[in-house]
Design a protein around this ligand. Structure first.
Ligand SMILES: Nc1ncnc2c1ncn2[C@@H]1O[C@H](COP(=O)(O)OP(=O)(O)O)[C@@H](O)[C@H]1O
Ligand SMILES: [Mg+2]
Length: 379
């Protein structure tokens, strides 16, 4: 059993609609309820900044800083985990602009945001992801890479390195450069990082599929068949990485004229996709009903939470925004009991606390009211 990691105190300064907020949190589920626009999702977004990246809205940092504030924002979390307490702070100062946010761990400046992964893993499910299976492949790729990051902290840097090399190649292409040695240097880098990305994705899919198989056949959250589309991801399953790397490097070299005409790189892991099927219905996820897609996604995220716990030794923190909206009573009850079994600190939001009433006595109920948070009455 992985040991529990939870946020025991959260402090926000000039974060969205919160000028100053401090809340104490327990280890179990937390339910934030309140009117539309009260600031529930903002709280989850704040927690999502405790992992590398731009958070669950992928918003520019300038949008996150409170209007009427000093242009910066800060958040601070005290974590209680297997190794005792850890203090994590992050934010931007007004002068930083889009330069990036800083991270401090136990008072010392972190080398990078990736250092937070040593202490906690955060995974989320938001209404914006309801269109995950029907929407653009880029959204599924991002989702997939977040799943990989939670079990493999090196994945973020790989993605950054690949993107950087590809931007360099695209620049050479659009400038019409014929500098062979520049192309070769960049393409070698793309092949190395690209194959590492594909291998990490393939490994995640293999592990997650095994975990999904442990879901009951006829449970409330249907089993998903998951797979990857993409040349590298396919090849890496049956060929040694060095061979795949060499093949991709050659494909890039041979594809320069084609890519020059397109103005960008047309082959690589930046074009891959996550394929999902609803196993009991034997149907592609995108053809399932909205409710079925949601149940499928919840099943994937819960299986992934279990995998993350087993791989990292710490239970992930789950952010489940408006989770009750699409789930019927039976599925809600099933979700709550799985969360209890996973022993995760799960943050859930809804406009109506009554949808969570079966958690009474087992969850912390907080009411969000336009910049303030307090205990929910009669919960
Ligand atoms: N940078 C900001 N400064 C001040 N208020 C903000 C900022 N960004 C968003 N808001 C406000 O936050 C509210 C939305 O909060 P949100 O957490 O999405 O609500 P909900 O409770 O419905 O999830 C809106 O009223 C919006 O105006
Ligand atoms: Mg919301």
């Amino acid at each position: 059993m992985p040991e529990q990691t939870h946020i025991s105190k959260l402090t926000l300064t000039n974060f969205r609609n919160y000028a100053a907020l401090a809340i104490d949190l327990g280890p179990g589920p937390v339910v934030f309820s309140g009117d539309n626009g009260a600031g529930k999702t903002n709280l989850l977004e704040a927690i999502s900044f405790l992992t590398p990246g731009r958070g669950l809205r992928r918003a520019p940092y300038g949008d996150v800083a409170r209007e009427g504030g000093d242009g910066g924002f800060a958040l601070h979390a005290r974590l209680d985990g297997p190794d005792g307490q850890v203090e994590i702070g992050t934010g931007i100062s007004g002068a930083d602009g889009e330069a990036g946010r800083r991270v401090r761990i136990n008072g010392a400046t972190a080398r990078s945001a990736e250092d937070m992964l040593e202490w906690l893993r955060v995974v989320w499910l938001t209404p914006a992801m309801d269109a995950l299976f029907t929407g653009p492949a880029g959204d599924r790729r991002r989702f997939l890479d977040r799943l990989v990051l939670a079990i493999d902290p090196g994945h973020g840097q790989r993605a950054i390195d690949y993107e950087k090399a590809m931007r360099g190649r695209n620049r050479l292409l659009t400038e019409g450069s014929r500098d062979i040695s520049w192309f070769e240097a960049i393409e070698t880098q793309m092949a190395e990082t690209g194959v590492a990305i594909a291998a990490a994705r393939a490994e995640l899919v293999r592990l997650l599929a095994a975990m999904i198989d442990r879901l009951p056949d006829t449970g409330p959250f249907p089993q998903a068949d998951i797979g990857l589309s993409g040349d590298l991801e396919t090849e890496i399953a049956s060929a040694p990485a060095v061979d795949v790397e060499e093949r991709f490097r050659r494909a890039l070299a041979d594809g320069r004229d084609r890519d020059r005409a397109a103005g960008r790189t047309l082959e690589g892991p930046h074009r891959s996709d996550l394929l999902v099927r609803h196993r009991p219905k034997a149907m592609p996820a995108e053809l399932c009903s909205t409710g079925e897609q949601k149940a499928l996604l919840v099943g994937i995220v819960l299986s992934h939470a279990r995998l993350t716990g087993e791989m990292s030794g710490m239970t992930p923190i789950l952010l489940l925004d408006e989770i009750a909206a699409h789930l019927d009573g039976g599925r809600r009850a099933a979700l709550f009991s799985i969360l209890e079994e996973l022993n995760c600190q799960a943050f859930m939001t809804g406009t109506d606390a009554a949808l969570f009433s079966s958690l009474k006595g087992r969850a912390q109920f907080l009411t969000v009211d336009h910049g303030t948070v307090g205990p929910t009455e009669d919960a």
